[in-house]
Write a protein that binds this ligand. Structure first.
Ligand code: ARG
Length: 569
């Protein structure tokens, strides 16, 4: 595809003798289309050229020469050079690229040979998979797919919370009352009850707490009874989590949770010890981070057991060695910002190459709130993710029953729309913002929602179905696509890969989500303003091809977010 920015920067670089890459970076896409398709702020060169921006602009305008009539006009406005691409060239460039790449349109290999580990989802064994984990799962999955699309080798890691002193308690509770609870049937619910009960007993009776601590010690030492029980709790919980992952269609390359690092933490302690970085503090062993204005990072607790932080440090060593990562990403709520700041700081003391320790990235996100405040059920319990996803599906089933009762494959379609709505809602805003969870908003087929994107996609499909063919690219006359509505769609299509790259660079799936809304909206205007079927053949073909292109990109983009497209709805 012609890279217009490349073209412009080459020209400017030739005239000014300044480095082309630098000029390329300065070129902007104006938010107001009246200011052209691309614009170049000449004040950026004022220092190097020792001239006023306006003069630079005038001078460049005189000397610029573009090949093959790609430029309709160049204008000077307030020290900016505004470039207007010839609409017909724009159209043929974009559509030719679509015809060559189809479902790979926008794909790139900029990440070739680089590995990115993405630590996401990571729920805790024997505890509910709650709505907070939804965000981690959905954001992590979108980043995984986006980076993969850009050619990176991605390793998705579910860093399960499957270790820690709470397992000593669970084992003790199960030992005492296991027969009273049906943990096979409802593992998480029942284990939670056991946990609450034993915790209460511990508060009353110090000796029980002692027993719990012993159990955890035994678990660490490989005692068969304790290990068997722990394994059982883990497997039952995972089975339950898997139902959620199936609904969302999310997979992982590694399920190495915290327990995996139980025999890998000694090395961390030894290194820190050897460097004399471990200080005694109220019986615990900590690394002081005073000089970084942070509280100390606790490596060993008073009773000698290790911590969440120690396991994360061991995981950094392991991931650097095993995956030789280019970047290691961690997707969790903003409540863990301090934790990651601390461990990333301590990681610098683990004798790792800087190429690893400089590329540890925490990707925090905000809370999910209901319209009235915190998300919880009527009786104050946390809402479970599986129930929530199933509710989304059944709400969509009801809507379909009202609007289109004869639709085939209703169940499957309701699943795509319901799940898609939840995912899209989660990704539509900058991730650090708290998310408002409101059924009516996210299921609005005319709003800025998942169902809207799917609806427009289905429209493109049914248009092509109605026509009965997809025109051949050789037969497309791109001069038929120069009206304002077609042009807007074409420019958006041109910008797709830029949006994908930006979304990856900033770890912000919302950039793709918003792009899709704009594309769907501009297609909708194009479609409302332009008759397609029944027009003169050349116009019909050109418009149909554009329709095909839009459908294609909506599907690719939604796929990057983890959203599936129904063919009908
Ligand atoms: N299990 C943790 C939680 O539920 C999240 C783990 C995130 N990953 C990590 N490497 N610490 O809060």
């Amino acid at each position: 595809m012609i890279d217009f920015k490349q073209n412009i920067s080459e020209q400017i670089s030739k005239i000014t003798n300044l480095p082309q890459e630098e000029i390329y970076e300065y070129i902007e896409v104006p938010s107001d289309e009246k200011m052209g398709d691309f614009s170049f702020p000449c004040f950026k060169l004022a220092k190097a050229l020792k001239k006023a921006p306006q003069m630079i602009a005038e001078d460049l305008k005189q000397k610029l020469e573009f090949k093959e009539n790609i430029m309709q006009k160049v204008e000077v406005v307030n020290g900016y050079l505004n470039f207007y691409i010839e609409p017909e060239v724009y159209a043929s460039t974009v559509l030719n690229e679509i015809s060559q790449k189809n479902e790979n349109y926008g794909k790139s290999d900029i990440g070739k040979g680089k590995t990115i580990t993405i630590d996401y989802s990571s729920p805790n064994i024997a505890k509910p998979f709650h709505i907070g984990h939804l965000r981690s799962t959905v954001i992590g999955n979108a980043l995984y797919k986006t980076y993969k699309f850009l050619g990176y080798n991605c390793v998705g890691i579910n860093h399960l919370g499957d270790y820690g002193t709470q397992f000593g308690k669970l084992i003790e509770g199960y030992k005492r009352w296991g027969t009273e609870y049906n943990i096979e049937e409802k593992p998480i619910d029942e284990l939670t009850k056991i946990y609450i009960r034993i915790n209460n007993l511990c508060k009353e009776d110090e000796s029980v707490l002692e027993e719990c601590r012993n159990n955890f010690k035994k678990l660490e030492d490989g005692d068969k009874y304790c290990v068997d029980l722990w394994t059982k709790f883990r497997e039952l919980s995972l089975k339950e989590f898997q139902r959620v992952y199936d609904l969302l269609d999310v997979t992982f390359d590694s399920w190495n949770g915290e327990a995996f690092y139980s025999d890998k933490m000694q090395e961390v302690i030894d290194i820190l010890d050897e460097k004399k970085l471990l200080k005694e503090s109220e019986g615990a062993r900590v690394v002081s981070l005073d000089d970084k204005d942070m509280p100390p990072c606790i490596i060993e607790k008073t009773n000698g057991s290790t911590t969440y932080a120690t396991r994360d440090l061991a995981a950094i060593l392991y991931r650097a060695r095993t995956y030789d990562f280019y970047k290691a990403l961690y997707v969790t709520s903003y409540e863990q910002i301090l934790h990651f700041k601390q461990i990333f700081e301590v990681a610098k003391d683990l004798n790792l190459d800087e190429k690893y320790t400089d590329n540890l990235v925490h990707i925090p996100f905000g809370m999910i709130l209901s319209k009235t405040g915190k998300m919880s059920t009527r009786d104050g319990n946390v809402i479970k993710l599986e129930e929530l996803l199933n509710e989304a599906i059944s709400r969509v089933e009801k809507i379909i029953e009202e609007k289109n009762p004869n639709l085939e494959n209703k169940e499957e379609i309701a699943k795509k729309i319901g799940i898609g709505a939840v995912i899209f809602n989660d990704l539509y805003n900058s991730r650090i913002k708290d998310e408002i969870f409101d059924w009516d908003t996210m299921l609005n087929f005319n709003g800025e929602t998942g169902p809207y994107i799917q609806y427009i996609y289905v429209r493109t499909k049914s248009l092509l179905d109605k026509a009965g063919y997809i025109p051949k690219i050789e037969e497309i006359d791109s001069s038929k696509l120069t009206d304002i509505n077609s042009s807007r769609v074409i420019k958006l299509i041109y910008g797709f890969s830029d949006s994908v790259k930006q979304s990856a660079e900033k770890y912000e799936p919302y950039i793709i989500a918003r792009y899709l809304v704009h594309l769907a909206q501009s297609f909708s205007s194009f479609y409302n303003e332009n008759k397609i079927i029944g027009e003169e053949k050349a116009i019909q073909d050109a418009r149909l091809y554009l329709t095909y292109a839009v459908g294609n990109i909506l599907k690719i983009g939604a796929g990057l977010l983890g959203i599936k497209m129904p063919d009908k709805m």
